[in-house]
Design a protein around this ligand. Structure first.
Ligand SMILES: [Zn+2]
Ligand SMILES: [Zn+2]
Length: 364
């Protein structure tokens, strides 16, 4: 039996989260209600919290939901192949699945795209985010069944790992033996190491700051061959050395806000190589960006936003196989009421503490 209300953390203004008790709706033929087991926290949670994304308010944040189906309509159960009691990973994007972009195979860029956690409370049935005990799963959702015996904080890593597979393997078409340079050792960078290793990359290099020493250690544990502290080493020279002057086949840029790595990615990549840009920079221009390098070296630059089903499926398989110690990058579990602390811990606003992968675990 579903309870009547769900406790949720509602964002009412920039940097303001409030505890609310919201009614849990009944399900229709084609929708479901899940009990949230974990909600992953990522950099865009911080941007949403700060208000820089200009998302509608009030709304329930949390776009990386993992939960158990508590109620489901017959149509949804049939369509998704799941039932009450199943654990599901819910994809972030809500696409129409019938516009030209969706039908062209890019449903994550849907012309009518909506995103969980960016839908306001005023849109029925309000429970559109995972900073909540319960979440509504809309008819146009994409859900993946997951092994229930995994700890929730590990299962919910389908998000960063899915990004690793899409950004470091699928988009750049990473091949066996390729040299892959990953700029930034956050959860997405570390997930990129795992994914590139799975794809058979020959050499993996990860760059970071001096403050990232711990993360760079984890990068090595996940299979990075070289790590570079860009504050104390000349990264351009080091990458030249490592690649014997040739440059990397693939460069994946996943730093947050830093603009220098975008400029330098053109130096790191080989002639004819590919650069994937996935780290957002708050819409700032990149100083000293030399586009001639793109011309002279015939560099392919690709943007990456979000993850699609093939990336999520690879991530879920890897998690369920339990062969890679992905929990090494999980650092914090927070309660729902600690949502603000979770965001601040990720964004280095808590002295002496910093998270890599973290999630909210609602108490029931
Ligand atoms: Zn996220
Ligand atoms: Zn569409």
């Amino acid at each position: 039996m579903l309870p009547k209300k769900s406790m949720a953390m509602v964002q009412t203004a920039p940097r303001k989260l409030e505890r609310h008790d919201l009614p849990i709706p009944g399900v229709a033929h084609d929708s479901a209600i899940i009990r949230i087991e974990a909600c992953g926290i990522c950099g865009s949670d911080y941007e949403q919290y700060e208000g820089v994304l200009n998302t509608p308010l009030p709304a329930i944040p949390g776009h990386e939901p993992l939960g158990v189906i508590e109620a489901i309509g017959d149509g949804a159960a049939e369509k998704w192949g799941v039932d009450v009691g199943d654990r599901v990973a819910v994809e972030t994007m809500l696409s129409c699945h019938c516009c030209d972009t969706c039908l062209g195979g890019s449903y994550h860029l849907c012309d009518r795209r909506e995103i969980y956690s960016y839908i306001p409370l005023t849109t029925e049935p309000a429970l559109w985010g995972a900073y909540s005990q319960y979440m509504y799963v809309a008819p146009n959702s994409v859900v993946h069944k997951m092994d229930k015996s995994l700890p929730a904080e590990v299962a919910v890593m389908f998000n960063p790992l899915g990004a690793g597979f899409r950004w470091a393997v699928e988009i750049p078409e990473t091949k066996i033996g390729d040299t892959v340079v990953i700029l930034g050792p956050g959860q997405r960078g570390l997930a990129s190491v795992i994914a590139a290793r799975q794809a058979g990359a020959g050499t993996i290099v990860v760059t970071g700051l001096s403050a990232d020493a711990e993360k760079l250690k984890i990068a090595k544990a996940f299979g990075a061959d070289y790590v570079i502290d860009v504050e104390n080493e000349n990264a351009i020279e080091r990458i030249k050395e490592i690649t014997k002057g040739r440059g990397a086949d693939v460069v994946v840029e996943v730093t947050s806000y830093a603009t220098a790595p975008v400029r330098e990615s053109l130096e790191y990549v080989r002639r004819g190589g590919t650069v994937v840009l996935a780290g957002v920079k708050g819409f700032r221009a990149i100083p000293d960006f030399v586009s001639d390098l793109i011309v002279m070296k015939e560099i392919t630059i690709k943007g990456a936003i979000g993850v699609t089903s093939s990336g999520y499926k690879k991530a879920i398989k890897l998690i369920e196989d339990r062969k890679i110690p992905i929990e090494k990058m999980h650092t914090h579990n927070f309660s729902l009421e600690e949502a603000e602390l979770a965001i601040k811990t990720l964004s280095r606003q808590v002295p002496g503490d910093e998270s890599i992968h973290s999630c909210l675990i609602p108490e029931q």
